[in-house]
Design a protein around this ligand. Structure first.
Ligand code: PA5
Length: 426
């Protein structure tokens, strides 16, 4: 399903020299003995998830889909990026599913929120508010605005039926509110942090609302759990990737550019950036996660990658089989001189662009490339891919010697903002 190719990675040590260290970290992850071990619930999630809750997720998604045209997914960071990545990667950027999914609660942009208000004003909409803490300001502000709108236009009873809260099982402001208003509630498990939570209700409810088969997604994740429960670096591709990126970091490349050749994977890149950036960017350490979609960005960032300062390596994420394809037509006049491509598919051209770019960046530009290939993009492979990157991330960050599962730095801006806003207690 996923293959890692390091033949263009320009590693200057033998990766096998990390074998023992990797086996040690593997045991640490599975025996839950490392830093942040309270947040390892994602490791066994694909086999141990709450089946009863997933049945409720599917039932609520079915009934709510009959009632609304738009679902506002209200959350930020780990509380929305995974769902958005999945929905766009699987259904595309111009989807035909019954319920349109829009994202709020991830910004203080007044223009954005006002435009969404205008867009949904004559539509039947519902809200899935997602917050583990239940107090995240971006999410709370947007939720208050759209909850009020729904209650004023549809009445309290309908609003309560159309609002779904995904939050902590026992505590927090959102939990209290959801209990009081009688919203359907789903749980963010205690032992799974936001950026590792896409395969919990956090991601699964919006994904189910987009008409995607969540059982298939969990099946893919389960197969990846089995596959990567393997301490041997030489046969575990998730670990190979996790090690290779730290080797390149050590070789003097402080930045990693995640590259895809599918526009609809740009939010997979955003999810990947949060996963790696928030997990390892601490104690003055870590590889800066960055991303690009080629060939689009070859016409902007391509120049820098080819000839600019040598600060980055690329991780090229390839999808072997496109969801759809089309042929370049033949043209009798051939005024655009494109007949040499007539009869070829656009994906064939995309693959040749990829091949040519890797050659240019690696062999002329001297930029190391890690290549990761996934067979195709669907619900099953998305679940598989999520688990692959989560396992690679945990290994990689432990290898760097930091706790992958906390994010102390994100509190600093909040304290300043609360003080400036006059929040009581700040
Ligand atoms: O990964 C994380 O922990 C964060 O990105 C959180 O998911 C994000 O800050 C949202 O937090 P909450 O779900 O508590 O609203």
């Amino acid at each position: 399903m996923i293959k890692v190719d390091l033949s263009h990675a320009k590693l200057n040590e033998d990766i096998a020299s990390y074998k023992d260290k990797v086996a040690e970290i593997h045991e640490m992850i599975h025996n839950k003995t490392g830093a942040g071990n309270d947040f390892l619930g994602w490791v066994d999630l694909p086999t141990q998830y709450d089946r009863e809750e997933v049945a409720r997720i599917k039932a609520k998604a079915k009934s709510l889909s009959e009632e609304i045209d738009v679902l506002l997914v209200c959350g930020i960071g780990g509380s929305y990026l995974g769902a958005r990545a999945a929905i766009e990667a699987i259904n595309g950027l111009y989807p035909t599913q019954k319920v349109e999914i829009l994202y709020i609660g991830n910004t203080f942009s007044s223009t954005y929120l006002a435009q969404i208000k205008e867009y949904v004003k004559d539509k039947e909409f519902g809200i899935n508010v997602i917050s583990k803490s239940g107090t995240t300001t971006e999410t709370s502000v947007a939720f208050r605005i759209f909850k009020e709108m729904l209650e004023q236009t549809k009445g309290k009873e309908v609003a309560s039926r159309r609002i779904v809260a995904t939050t902590d099982a026992h505590k927090g402001a959102l939990k209290t509110l959801a209990d009081k208003e009688g919203y359907e509630e789903f749980v963010v498990p205690d032992d799974i942090g936001g950026r590792f939570s896409v395969l919990t209700a956090v991601g699964l409810f919006p994904i189910a609302m987009a008409g995607i088969d969540v059982d298939e997604m969990m099946k893919g994740a389960k197969d990846a759990q089995d596959k990567y429960n393997n301490a041997d670096l030489m046969t575990n591709d998730a670990y190979k990737y996790g090690v290779a990126r730290q080797m390149l970091n050590k070789q003097g490349y402080p930045a990693e550019m995640f590259v895809t050749y599918e526009l609809q994977l740009s939010n997979v890149a955003e999810w990947w950036k949060q996963l790696f950036g928030e997990s390892e960017g601490k104690e003055g350490k870590g590889v800066l996660p960055h991303s690009a979609v080629f060939s689009t960005d070859l016409h902007s960032l391509g120049q820098f990658i080819q000839e600019g300062s040598k600060v980055l390596f690329e991780t090229v994420f390839k999808v072997e089989k496109p969801q759809l394809d089309l042929e370049v037509p033949s043209d009798e006049d051939n005024l655009d001189n494109l007949n040499y491509l007539a009869g070829k598919t656009v994906d064939y051209v995309n693959k040749k662009a990829c091949e040519g770019t890797i050659d240019a960046h690696v062999n002329v530009g001297g930029v190391p490339n890690i290549e990761i290939t996934i067979d195709e993009m669907n619900a099953y492979s998305f679940g598989y891919m999520v688990y692959f990157f989560e396992k690679a991330c945990a290994l990689s960050v432990y290898l760097l010697g930091v706790n992958p599962f906390n994010q102390p730095g994100v509190e600093v801006y909040k304290k300043n903002m609360f003080k400036l806003l006059g929040k009581p207690g700040y």
